[in-house]
Write a protein that binds this ligand. Structure first.
Ligand SMILES: Nc1ncnc2c1ncn2[C@@H]1O[C@H](COP(=O)(O)OP(=O)(O)OP(=O)(O)O)[C@@H](O)[C@H]1O
Ligand SMILES: Nc1ccn([C@@H]2O[C@H](COP(=O)(O)O)[C@@H](O)[C@H]2O)c(=O)n1
Length: 224
């Protein structure tokens, strides 16, 4: 059966979309896919094989080789969360063939979620615009770049990594620019996305606002 209960969440790095997506999925009983992890998996594969992250040929080969069997074990690899891997992911993601190679996996997950889940929540940069343009609930989660850099800084320090605010802020600005200025599937809100600026919200407030929006969508009859 093809599923149409799809929640598409996009937004820049450290806006809180992953935190929100996981909580929504768990509350709604939906499956969750962090689409950024797919691009990180391609970036990590390149780095581990000794390729430069901007080696487009190697990136296309790595993306084409990814399938559920190879990508799912990588999803829980802590190395996926490293900053160098985020930068590599951002570089491989500008290559149109890499994006094309990852598209079917994402669409299949959205429309046929695993374990018989009745719906799916996907978060990333182009879920509402390209991967699932017909999703009945789209959110664009954002926050001021300084707020996002502070969130990422405390996240990094909590893992024991040494991190400097100015460097994290600069990296985030560079990644935002690359993600939003690329030619294919740039980061931007879908025209019909609900804009959720979490600069002045904690994660609980963001969750309540997102649930209110989803409840307001006629395509989600369970919640009326
Ligand atoms: N509304 C919020 N207020 C404060 N902190 C938050 C909020 N939402 C998430 N966080 C924290 O900010 C950090 C980044 O959140 P999260 O990983 O959800 O962002 P993201 O948008 O998925 O980032 P990325 O795209 O880089 O994976 C985490 O440490 C998370 O606990
Ligand atoms: N749908 C997506 C998701 C991610 N990317 C790229 O991957 C990078 C890492 O993503 P995170 O969400 O894990 O931070 C991100 O900076 C994007 O370049 C993408 O292009 N499309």
């Amino acid at each position: 059966m093809t599923i149409s209960f799809i929640v598409a969440i996009d937004g820049p790095a450290a806006s809180g979309k992953g935190t929100l997506a996981r909580r929504l999925a768990s509350t709604l009983g939906y499956a969750h896919l962090d689409t950024g992890a797919l691009y990180r998996a391609v970036g990590l594969t390149l780095l581990r094989a000794g390729h430069a992250p901007d080696d487009a040929r190697a990136a296309i080969a790595a993306a084409s080789a990814l399938d559920a069997a190879t990508v799912l074990p990588l999803m829980n690899d802590p190395a996926l969360r490293q900053d160098a891997v985020a930068v590599a992911a951002s570089k491989v993601s500008v290559v149109p063939e890499v994006r094309a190679a990852l598209l079917d996996f994402q669409r299949d997950f959205a429309h046929r979620p695993p374990h018989g889940a009745k719906g799916a929540v996907l978060d990333g940069r182009d879920v509402g615009t390209v991967v699932c343009p017909d999703a009945p609930a789209k959110l664009y989660v954002t926050a001021d770049v300084e707020v996002r850099a502070r969130r990422r800084l405390s996240e990094l320090r909590n893992t024991g990594a040494e991190a400097i605010y100015e460097a994290v802020l600069e990296d985030m600005k560079v990644r935002d620019a690359r993600d939003s200025q690329r030619a294919v599937a740039p980061l931007k809100p879908a025209v019909d996305a609900f804009l959720l600026d979490t600069s002045m919200m904690d994660a609980d407030q963001a969750f309540v606002a997102a649930m209110d929006f989803i409840r307001s969508r006629p395509a989600f009859p369970d919640f009326h």
